[in-house]
Design a protein around this ligand. Structure first.
Ligand code: C2E
Ligand code: MG
Ligand code: MG
Length: 609
């Protein structure tokens, strides 16, 4: 029959409220789609006219069972085009009303009101109507506004319900989206972005569990430290993109040779850790050999060259009879890997306490000739770590940190050789080398960096060495670098060890215009007393107070008091080991002056531009 979805301007409409929302609701009401089923065409025309006069414009008419059903498709449900209400004649011929009602209810779904338009005695048919799925029964209302009024109320209710449902769905959608964002954040907290492997943080958590498991459940595990042998070469020669691709490809190989339950993490540029629970010595060796062998057969191709890649692997067993910490377990695997590397790479080494090779590598006999060789052949180099001003985030200082260049160009950190250099009297030579090269580096900077200050670490020995003062003076003079651009860092221990002599040297260097910082402050002596007379410009609060600052109230109290006292004494404060944004924010609250740490920049060969 007729479908009349069109608007009819000029017809009288339900009262339109002044507020825009109310107007919108009325407008929506007017266009809601209503199916009217009546066997009596005269009655049908009458109802149509009544409703149109009241502003309803989207009316669909039917006079028989089949006709009504053809408008209501089972799939339409709440989709566009579905009906918002159905008015159904309770006296369709052949007693069809209940059948039609049941079918319409089934097809239209539970949310669409189906209203029976009853005869004079609606009570008699009430029960059958409701059983057939009708929402309500209205007696025939030939007084038009009555029908329109009831219909308006019914539709308003439906509209409210629809809106609620919409809001529910929106909430559900938002909840799902929030869950997805949270899942992504959780993923990022525990994973390395480049390779998708776990990160150090996650590995450390799992390692902690493995250590507990070893203690309480007598379950051994193996921790494998894997270091790629040619990564630095690929990265330097073929570029960072090739380096990244290499890491991803090696990750894929490693993944093929581990179980899904094993924990594989990337913890440094080319360093991976694998934690496997339930392994004994032989099984750990087998696992390591499988990985070493798999990567050894891999040729990495770049547009310029093909590289043969290999792994050095160190293994530390976590055994039930031993109590060790996460840091100790990591250090053992790291040391074993270092031995594997030093013994010629592409090999596996087990950690053991009485490992003679390891002891040799930690010994003066091993390192002293290497240091001498490095000094004689310029095999030292400097890396620079930014120190930022806490209030504006600008890098004003860089700390120069020395590295020993190994046989294959790898950079060896000072922990390995500085203690030996101190014991064997070679440290002052290293320091003099650093002073000279750091000043030359300053001289080579572009004009826009001519205000940068370089921080140079000095040992106790060099502060007592006659060559230091003339070297600083002459190098400054020869290069034209201003003395104020040098800050020397000395440790508390160094400062106190030989106060008079050290003091004299400090005074002379200060007279040239250089500044001083007290490094690792708080780590050694806990007396602030000597600070009053000690001529330093900066206090560098030791990193051990900063690493757990967020969670440790004792560290918080100590750091606050160190900053307050330093400020009272007119000295600037620097925090080392700032490893995340939360720590930086807290330090800013405490009015720290400078911050340094991996969160702000790692030590690099070149300064930021
Ligand atoms: P330092 O002077 O306290 O230098 C800071 C050390 O902490 C550096 O290690 C640096 O890489 C590391 N570091 C920086 N930010 C973070 C961080 O956020 N987290 C962690 N965990 N570590 C961070 P590096 O370069 O291994 O130097 C170790 C120490 O060796 C230095 O400690 C300094 O005492 C000594 N050293 C370095 N270069 C020289 C030098 O030229 N002469 C002398 N005498 N000593 C040096
Ligand atoms: Mg330092
Ligand atoms: Mg320090």
């Amino acid at each position: 029959m007729t479908s009349r979805p069109s608007d009819k301007p000029g017809t009288s409409r339900p009262h339109i409220s002044a507020s825009a929302r109310e107007m919108e609701r009325r407008e929506r009401l007017r266009t809601m789609r209503i199916l009217i089923v009546h066997h009596d065409l005269k009655q049908l025309a009458h109802i149509l006219l009544l409703l149109e006069q009241q502003g309803f414009s989207n009316l669909v008419l039917a006079s028989r069972h089949e006709e009504a059903l053809q408008y209501v498709h089972p799939a339409s449900g709440a989709e566009a085009g579905a009906f918002d209400a159905i008015l159904l004649d309770a006296a369709l011929p052949d007693n069809d009303s209940y059948r039609t009602c049941r079918e319409l209810r089934r097809r239209a779904g539970a949310v669409v009101p189906v209203i029976m338009l009853g005869g004079d005695d609606t009570r008699a048919i009430e029960q059958q109507c409701y059983e057939a799925g009708a929402t309500d029964i209205w007696p025939v209302m030939d007084k038009g506004p009555g029908l329109a009024h009831c219909l308006t109320l019914t539709l308003l209710l439906k509209l409210e319900r629809d809106l609620c449902k919409q809001r529910d769905q929106q909430l559900k959608h938002e909840r799902t989206e929030r869950k997805a964002v949270e899942a992504r954040l959780q993923y990022l907290v525990a994973h390395d972005e480049l390779t998708g492997l776990y990160n150090r943080r996650r590995l450390e958590q799992m390692l902690e569990l493995a250590l507990i498991n070893a203690q309480h459940n007598q379950r051994a595990s193996a921790l494998l430290y894997l270091d790629m042998d040619q990564f630095r070469l690929v990265n330097d020669v073929a570029g960072h993109t090739a380096g990244d691709r290499l890491l991803v490809e090696v990750t894929q190989i490693l993944r093929r040779h581990i179980k899904p339950t094993d924990i594989l993490a990337r913890i440094g540029a080319d360093e991976f850790l694998l934690l496997v629970e339930g392994l004994n010595t032989e099984q750990a060796l087998e696992q390591a050999e499988a990985l070493r062998h798999a990567v050894d057969g891999f040729m990495f191709e770049t547009s310029v060259k093909t590289y043969h890649v290999s792994l050095s692997i160190g293994i530390a067993l976590i055994e039930p009879h031993e109590t060790i910490t996460v840091d100790e377990a990591l250090a053992r695997a790291d040391q074993a890997c270092y031995v594997a590397k030093t013994l010629g790479r592409n090999r596996i080494h087990f950690f053991s306490r009485d490992d003679s090779v390891m002891h040799l590598l930690q010994s003066d006999a091993y390192w002293a000739p290497k240091i001498r060789h490095a000094l004689a052949h310029d095999m030292l180099c400097l890396v620079f770590q930014p120190v930022i001003s806490a209030n504006d985030g600008v890098v004003r200082h860089y700390e120069a940190l020395v590295r020993l260049v190994g046989d294959d160009g790898e950079l060896i950190t000072p922990n390995f050789f500085i203690p030996v250099a101190e014991r064997t009297g070679l440290i002052h030579e290293i320091d003099l080398w650093v002073v000279k090269h750091a000043i030359h580096m300053l001289a080579s900077l572009a004009v826009h960096q001519s205000d940068l200050v370089i921080n140079i670490n000095l040992s106790t020995q060099v502060l007592q060495h006659a060559a230091l003062l003339p070297l600083v003076r002459d190098t400054l003079q020869a290069t034209g670098v201003e003395a104020r651009r040098i800050t020397f860092e000395i440790t508390e221990t160094a400062a106190i060890a030989s106060l008079t002599q050290t003091r004299k040297m400090i005074d002379q260097l200060r007279a040239l215009g250089c500044c001083f910082a007290l490094d690792d402050f708080g780590a050694g002596f806990n007396s602030y007393n000597y600070l009053k007379h000690f001529p330093v410009d900066y206090l560098k609060i030791d990193g051990t107070f900063i690493t757990n600052l967020i969670s440790d109230p004792v560290d918080q109290a100590l750091v606050r008091s160190m900053i307050a006292i330093a400020h009272t004494l007119g000295k600037k404060t620097v925090a080392e080991f700032v490893e995340n944004a939360e720590t930086l924010a807290l330090l800013k609250d405490y009015r720290i002056d400078y911050a340094q740490g991996y969160h702000l920049g790692r030590p690099e060969r070149h300064l930021l531009q």
